[in-house]
Design a binder for this molecule. Structure first.
Ligand code: UDX
Ligand code: ADP
Length: 462
């Protein structure tokens, strides 16, 4: 029976996952650790607004279980040494240097994590890979753990996270499935059962799938690749719709009615963002290339290419519609996060569209309900080679959507926050330059309503 759990990494995956686990398993003590002391302090804050990950329902759960059976700490060694089971929820970004640059997953955080576990452990432990990892990473982890020389036995499980940001709590509480990959040996089976018993506190056992470690690792990459592929497919058709007077929303509805295809992940948009899709597909492409599977690599690479094309196409269209010049014009951005109900901005299409328009010297003014100005500048300064001074000259953030839109030549919707539908669009129109343009990168507004107010409206694929 597992009594003590340690989770390494207090980010978008580790934080929500462990909060729900602690809430559902009151008899298990869970300590979430992170090297980042500021992040841990924020998780321990008494103010709900300071919780570093914004997810609907998350802060309520944290406040119910924190310091009862859920703890946030920077003492990584103590938490590892007490734990019977350790979750690795550290980040695995795309490599930015050396071999595999721009494609392979950077495993330095995972390796460091494995070395810390190896150095500290005095008792047998089950180590669970939670972060999305390239297939066969468990082999590297095993090799590091088994060569410490202190005789401790480790079992390695793969238990990929399928939660989507913005709906993380609901996804965790009502998971479609839980995937657990483990070794086909008596010890492996025991470890699989220990983790299964934890999830069985709230997930029906028939939804808990057992596979070998490699299938589990590869299933995560494959699930994300298939989801992203659907978005790139509908986005490619959105370009065709714009040339033919077809309406992509109608097309999506028509094909989504075929139960074999289904109606999910068919919303045409300015492009997908987030921490997973691009990273995981690039990683899949890299693995295929490394194994000599050039055609397979090219096939999946095309999903990324369409996504990049869609972001550029959207930005290009803004420039050409605004009489081929945006130089010195104020452009309002509604939304910076990569989707609604999250404060995460990793790979957000907004930053690419902003960068493209800034090349043409537009003045961009952003409003986002949850993203901070500091985060926005981190994103843009990391993305481009302009000076920080230039970036802050052309890109600003305000805390009121009406101020963002005041005197703007165009309003651009980058994130589908519900509150954007409820804005007083007449007031916005009255205070904009004329003609007043709206570029709806998420198709959340109604063309007829907007045109009735006097806007020139363009959606995606319409
Ligand atoms: C994704 C997977 O859904 C999740 O299962 C996995 O564990 C992690 O990666 P996430 O990135 O949090 O989750 O969000 P998701 O809802 O999948 O959206 C990703 C991006 O695609 C967002 O930018 C979203 O706006 C965009 N999107 C999604 C579309 O453009 N159209 C759609 O129909 C769906
Ligand atoms: P994800 O979306 O995968 O959760 P995040 O970047 O939000 O990614 O979170 C990962 C967290 O893991 C970060 O807060 C980072 O500081 C932490 N981390 C990375 N390596 C280690 C380590 N060796 N020990 C403790 N924490 C780590």
């Amino acid at each position: 029976m597992i009594k003590n759990i340690c989770c390494i990494g207090a980010g978008y995956v580790g934080g929500p996952t462990m909060s729900v686990m602690a809430y559902k398993c009151p008899e298990i003590n869970i300590t979430v650790v992170d090297l980042n002391a500021k992040r841990i302090a924020a998780w321990n804050s008494d103010n709900q607004a300071d919780i570093p990950v914004f997810e609907p329902g998350l802060a309520d759960i944290v406040f119910k279980v924190r310091n009862k059976n859920l703890f946030f700490s920077t003492n990584v060694e103590e938490a590892i040494s007490k734990a019977d089971m350790i979750f690795m929820s550290v980040n695995t970004p795309t490599k930015e240097y050396g071999k595999g640059k721009g494609m392979a997953a950077d495993l330095k955080f995972i390796e460091l994590c494995a070395r810390q576990i190896a150095a500290v452990s005095k008792t047998d432990k089950i180590v669970v890979e939670k972060s999305t990892l390239p297939v066969r990473t468990a082999e590297a982890i095993r090799s590091i753990l088994n060569n410490t020389g202190n005789g401790v036995k480790f079992q390695i499980l793969s238990n990929p996270e399928f939660l989507a940001e913005g709906t993380a709590i609901n996804d965790l509480l009502n998971a479609d499935r839980v995937l657990i990959g483990g070794e086909d040996s008596p010890e492996g089976k025991v470890a699989i059962e220990e983790l299964t018993a934890i999830y069985a506190h709230w997930i029906p056992r028939d939804k808990i799938i057992h596979t070998n470690v490699w299938s589990s690792e590869l299933s995560k990459l494959t699930a994300n690749a298939f989801l992203a592929q659907r978005i790139s497919s509908i986005n490619s058709i959105s370009a065709l719709c714009e040339k033919t007077e077809a309406d992509v929303t109608e097309v999506a509805k028509a094909i989504g009615a075929d139960t074999r295809l289904g109606n999910k992940f068919l919303t045409a948009s300015v492009g997908f963002g987030g921490s997973c899709f691009q990273k995981d597909i690039l990683n899949l492409v890299y693995i295929c290339k490394s194994l000599g599977l050039e055609e397979v690599a090219e096939y999946w690479d095309q999903v990324i290419k369409i996504n990049n094309y869609q972001k550029h196409r959207f930005a290009d269209n803004i420039i050409s519609t605004l009489y081929n010049t945006v130089s010195g014009k104020k452009i309002a951005f509604l939304g910076w996060a990569f989707k609604k109900n999250t404060n995460d901005t990793r790979e957000t299409p907004a930053m690419y569209v902003a960068d493209f328009l800034m090349n043409d010297l537009a003045n961009i003014c952003v409003y986002d309900p949850k993203v901070s100005e500091t985060q926005m500048y981190i994103d843009i300064n990391h993305l481009n080679s302009r000076t920080e001074e230039d970036n802050s000259k052309y890109l600003t953030m305000v805390s009121d959507p009406y101020i963002a839109c005041k005197n703007a030549h165009a309003v651009v919707i980058l994130t589908e926050w519900d509150q954007f539908k409820e804005l007083d669009w007449k007031k916005i129109h009255d205070n904009m330059m004329k003609p007043a343009f709206v570029f709806d990168g998420r198709n959340i507004l109604n063309r007829k309503d907007m045109e009735a107010l006097g806007f020139k409206y363009q959606g995606i694929g319409k």
